[in-house]
Design a binder for this molecule. Structure first.
Ligand SMILES: [Zn+2]
Length: 352
């Protein structure tokens, strides 16, 4: 990975170099890398797209893809036909420097402009929230620990509900379908809210001793949910496994395809995924006790059949699925009181 970095020259050399990253956790704030956006404005008006990478500091495929796009824009291999393209190669510089998921906390939870920035991620949000709001759409590039193929997360149907009002579902889904991946997941925030409601009722019933657990649905708001809350569309692309260099190409192609969908780059309109595998999250289960265990070492997108045992709780309760489903985001290391795994059902959306 480092040799690739050293092949990069010119303007992109100003991006943080892995070799220069200090692993000192307690650097003073002013010694952290400055927040950094590269902005390209065509003389012709058009859509405003922002692409973010390394929201989680150990997820770098998007950072490499952005470096390549920047170079190609600067040497005219790529030409921005209209609109504005903003590229954030390292959204969370502290987490990037530490080569880990987060600095002080997960940036992708309770993401909103802070009244008074306290922890490091508050400072990121203080900078990033107004920047996102200047754009029409967000492509947010991530990667995952275990799994076999890239997938995109998209938002709700158009609705006027309080939780996540939205009016750009058709555009968001049309772009998601053309990013280059074949697997799609939706239903994050309402499933998260459902989980918070279950958690709150257990708290109320005195079934959980932890008064520190979070029961605020807003805790599920990350950069994409925030983007929708300020009128934009937003897609998360999980480009591949963290250490698989192929993920960089997935990220690069997704940016190109997104720009072509928006008419911001010359080239044919990307074809939609020929065989989209779509799943809607519908339930989430907390781990109650550190002795709650999975029946199998689940990976995201493992299929479970109706009635199949997913897990056993410390008190003997057996957790089964009531219908055929997929296990999504299983976390065998979840702390007691936190999300343990999600269930999704096949189909439902992306009919654009
Ligand atoms: Zn991530």
């Amino acid at each position: 990975m480092e040799s690739d970095i050293h092949q990069i020259s010119g303007i992109v050399a100003t991006l943080p170099n892995a070799r220069q990253r200090a692993l000192e956790p307690l650097l003073p704030l002013e010694q952290e890398l400055a927040f950094h956006v590269l902005r390209f404005d065509s003389p012709r008006p058009g859509p405003a797209l922002i692409v973010t990478a390394a929201v989680h500091g150990n997820e770098t495929h998007g950072s490499f893809a952005i470096q390549r796009i920047v170079q190609q824009l600067i040497n005219s291999e790529l030409q921005l036909l209209c609109g504005r393209l903003s590229l954030v190669p390292v959204t969370n510089p502290k987490a990037w420097r530490l080569q880990q998921r987060q600095g002080d906390r997960n940036l992708n939870r309770r993401f909103r402009p802070p009244t008074q920035p306290i922890d490091y991620e508050d400072h990121v949000a203080h900078w990033l929230c107004p920047l996102l709001a200047e754009h029409d759409g967000l492509l947010d590039l991530h990667s995952f620990q275990s799994g076999d193929q890239a997938f995109a997360l998209f938002g709700p149907e158009n609705n006027q509900n309080e939780l996540e009002a939205f009016a750009k579902a058709e555009q968001e889904e049309a772009i998601a379908l053309r990013l280059g991946c074949d697997r799609f997941v939706y239903g994050w925030l309402d499933t998260y809210a459902k989980g918070m409601a279950k958690r709150a009722s257990r708290l109320k019933a005195g079934l959980t001793p932890m008064d520190s657990v979070d029961i605020d649905p807003a805790y599920g708001v990350g950069t994409t949910e925030y983007m929708r809350s300020v009128g934009g569309w937003a897609i998360t692309l999980e480009c591949g496994q963290h250490d698989d260099p192929a993920g960089r190409e997935v990220a690069y192609q997704a940016i190109i395809n997104c720009l072509r969908c928006l008419g911001m780059l010359a080239g044919p309109m990307p074809e939609p995924s020929p065989k989209p595998e779509v799943m809607g999250l519908f339930d989430v289960f907390d781990r109650y006790d550190s002795n709650d265990t999975f029946a199998r070492p689940w990976k995201s997108f493992d299929r479970v059949n109706q009635g199949e045992i997913i897990a056993r709780r410390a008190d003997g309760e057996i957790v089964r699925t009531a219908e055929d489903a997929y296990v999504i985001f299983p976390n065998p290391k979840a702390q007691a009181g936190q999300e343990w795994f999600y269930l999704a059902r096949p189909g439902g959306r992306l009919g654009v």
